[in-house]
Design a protein around this ligand. Sequence first.
Ligand code: ADP
Length: 476
Amino acid sequence: MMLNSIRSRLTAWHVALLGAILILFSVLLYFFLSKRLHEGIDNSLMVSASVVRKTALLEYSRNPLPGLEFFFDQFLGYSNLNKFYRIYDGSGNVGSRSQGMDASQFPLTQAAYMRAIKGLETYETFMVSENDPLRVITLPVIREDTLINLVQVGTSLVGVNETLKNLRFFLFATIPGVLVLSTLVGRFMARRALQPVAKITQAARQIASGADLSRRIPVPEVQDEIGYLAATFNEMMARLEKSFTQMRQFSSDASHELRTPLTVLKGQSELILRKQREPGEYQEVLSSNLEEINYMSRILDDLFILSKSDEAQVPLEYSQVDLKLIVEEVCKHLEILADEKNIKIIMAYLEIVSLKGDAHRLRQMVSTLLHNSIKYTPENGEIKVTLQDMGEYAYFTIADNGIGIPESDLPLIFNRFYRVDKARSREEGGSGLGLCICKHIVDLHHGKIEVESRLKEGTKFKIRLPKTALQNESNG
Ligand code: ADP
């Protein structure tokens, strides 16, 4: 058996272990059974010999005992038919013996006689002939501290040996059979158990060769280790697919957004270079080109932030942030822009709120929202900013009385590059990424951003940010 597959190794281990257990079990079984059978024989010899000894102690014990054969048959039953006995007198001469078997074939040994004098019984095994062992007990009959008789009872061990031989044969015949059967069953079971792994491998190979990331492998109904492997594999594929889709989306968005300014740059540069121009004309084209370059660099910056967010690796730097201070600073900073359009920024209600977060990102979020309000509010408009401490979270709102957003566009404005009025947004220098970045920042702080808007009436953004430590703080 080649052991280069898990299936073969599993089977080999299983069979080796089973073989070792079976052999150990057989050895122990044989040993204990043999011991028990021999003990049983010895016990039965002792019982028989004790009965004879009692008889020998009767009055007429000195003479050859009459009726012992009859006694054996009547009181000890058929189990004694294969036994035979012999009684010696105290000096070692045969006094009486059974007729049934040839008792002369086993001797009274010197060792047994010496032990009998000391009052001890002796068990011995003699080979009467080949394959015919005889177990004999020699029991002393003692009266008033004197050895008056010796009782010997013997029985053949052929029956016991036969039983043990049969057991040996059975074990030698069945163990290899069981091992062969177990190998076959083990291989079959291992193949069945590992079949889903083979399917996973096949699917993985197909995905690798065809790069079809939408493929999933069937998850077995039973949620075992293989089921978890399949589910984990599918999860990994889903993540990979999402990443690839985002990457593709990212590059297509980026190239699409950069194409327009590049076309403008190219067109203007080609046009101006066609003939000799006045210095003023060059200056005009160059400053227009600079605007396009600035626009592109802004898009690239925003895309860079978003690409990092997609990979969930925005390096957040957590600290205790004074949100009120941030809001005030941003409002002050953007007041110049608002003043140009005579827009009033009203800090209607600002409470002191301190929360755990990334000050730089939060500033970016407030700035983007306020900048949007200024961009999309006509002259003489009004922007109201509020900040409240709601206990568990900070509640920040920014409301303008600007152009508003059509209801149908509301669910889409947080999408990447989504603009209600593309021309207007472009005119205002917008990249269509601002709200998308805001949402990412809020999400990273485990907060919530909502928008309410009515066309030509105004727009209100509402943000909730939890104040306590965040789950993914360790990312920062
Ligand atoms: P942009 O760079 O175009 O401003 P944003 O992602 O910041 O991109 O916003 C997406 C779109 O949502 C904008 O193009 C605009 O149409 C709309 N929008 C955002 N804020 C406001 C607002 N305060 N009032 C009206 N429309 C808004």
